[in-house]
Design a protein around this ligand. Structure first.
Ligand code: UDP
Length: 415
């Protein structure tokens, strides 16, 4: 006689997400807040909707922040006190232990978890310790890596290099966003066998979808008949907004407008913004460049729709959400050929890739787009079609499977 056999598999249902240095509730586009904040918030929401309870731990940076913010059912953000509220990012290493203690206490008392997921290396260091103390699997998403930044000309301390090496040795899984990032990771950090997982970020298609350009321009008080170029992102050398300004100069169209949406970021951020404003004046572009303060995420869709093209001249980019969001809105992207942008922009099909961030080459492709509206519309259409592959719910499904697998895999021993 056949008997039914019931197999129980341990399904992961609770994740402790660590986002020490920046809160998923912060406004992205300046300071330390950008793509990682969007990634943590959107993924946690998508995971919660898929039945995985997410508690995101971040450092309290103001007295007004409540301890717990219930973002939606199954997704809460917990603000923990670890060091002075206004501690600069460079001093965060001194509060890692305090933050780790606070996370453990909260987990013990209120939110036990089955897996730890750390974002950025500072959280990775905390999760590394907690993995051993709590005997839990540990997933790391770096978002940026010191060696990758170094290749783009931005140097980081030896301490950060060593910290990242430690995390890589012990993480049970390392999430990257695309094949390009995976290849780069293997080239620079070796091959942590079976531990690299591609989890492509998503885009919220309910906001970021093609729409009428004239309506968007009216809403933003922009002329209907002038070329409009858009740069979105934190103002810091890594994002190279100066290349967007120089490309505008090379374009030689006095009627063209460049919108720079975002604010200063990093310890040199204010100086960098001043340099950018000086450059604009020096190049005689003051009437053509408009600086716009960081905008709430969903409002950005109006900016994308208003633009003829979005310029992404970054020195390095692990993924490049701005490029994806622009494509999802049906706008061609002209980007530097680095990192995730190589995956997101299909050269000649959805936009253009520029080697070496040469402003003259950016200007050449921007001219192609501005002067050939039919071709530009086709680039935008194909971009929007490609962008449909990327959803947060798909990313959450991959993570959910990974978390479940880790529940039954042997944990990596610190080597
Ligand atoms: N962003 C925003 N408002 C702004 C500027 C940026 O919501 O004013 C968001 C943008 O929509 C994107 C993220 O910040 O989702 C930036 O991510 P990206 O991957 O392009 O760059 P990162 O900040 O990770 O370097």
């Amino acid at each position: 006689m056949l008997t039914a056999r019931v197999v129980f598999s341990p399904v992961v249902q609770r994740v402790a997400v660590l986002s020490l240095h920046t809160s998923p509730l912060a406004q992205p586009g300046s300071g330390d807040s950008g793509g990682m904040n969007v990634y943590v918030r959107e993924l946690s929401s998508a995971l919660a909707q898929a039945g995985v309870e997410c508690t995101t731990y971040t450092r309290r940076t103001s007295v007004d922040q409540p301890e717990v913010v219930q973002v939606e059912p199954g997704h809460r953000v917990v603000h923990l006190t670890a060091g002075d509220f206004d501690l600069p990012k460079e001093e965060l290493p001194s509060v890692l232990d305090a933050f780790g203690d606070a996370v453990m206490e909260h987990m013990h008392q209120q939110a036990p978890a089955d897996v730890l997921h750390a974002n950025y290396f500072l959280s990775g260091l905390v999760a590394h310790r907690l993995k051993h103390e709590l005997e839990l699997p540990f997933v790391s998403t770096f978002h940026t890596l010191a060696k990758v930044k170094a290749e783009g000309g931005d140097t980081e301390s030896q301490w950060r290099h060593d910290a990242e090496a430690d995390i890589i040795r012990c993480a049970d899984a390392i999430c990257v966003s695309c094949t390009e990032e995976e290849n780069q990771f293997r080239r620079l950090y070796g091959n942590p066998q079976g531990r690299i997982e591609i989890v492509a970020p998503g885009v919220e298609h309910a906001f970021f979808a093609p729409g009428e350009r004239s309506g968007a321009r009216n809403a933003l008080g922009l002329p209907l008949d002038a070329p409009v170029l858009l740069f979105v992102g934190r103002i810091q050398p890594l994002k190279a907004p100066d290349v967007a300004v120089r490309a505008l100069a090379e374009l030689g169209r006095p009627d063209a407008i460049l919108l720079v949406v975002g604010g200063a970021s990093g310890s040199e951020g204010n100086a960098e913004e001043q340099l950018l404003r000086d450059l604009v004046k020096e190049l005689g572009l003051a009437a053509q460049v408009r600086f716009v303060a960081p905008q709430p995420h969903h409002i950005l869709s109006t900016y994308y729709r208003a633009a003829d093209a979005v310029v992404v001249p970054s020195r390095s980019e692990s993924f490049g959400l701005v490029a994806l969001e622009a494509s999802a809105c049906g706008v061609p992207v002209v980007a530097s050929g680095v990192g995730g942008l190589l995956t997101l922009v299909d050269h000649g099909e959805t936009g253009y890739l520029v080697p070496d961030r040469d402003p003259a080459v950016f200007a050449h492709y921007l001219r192609e787009i501005i002067e050939h509206p039919g071709h530009a519309a086709a680039l935008g259409r194909r971009g929007a079609e490609r962008a449909r592959r990327y959803t947060w719910s798909f990313a959450a499904a991959r993570l959910r499977r990974l978390y479940t697998d880790l529940g039954v895999r042997e944990r990596v021993a610190c080597g």
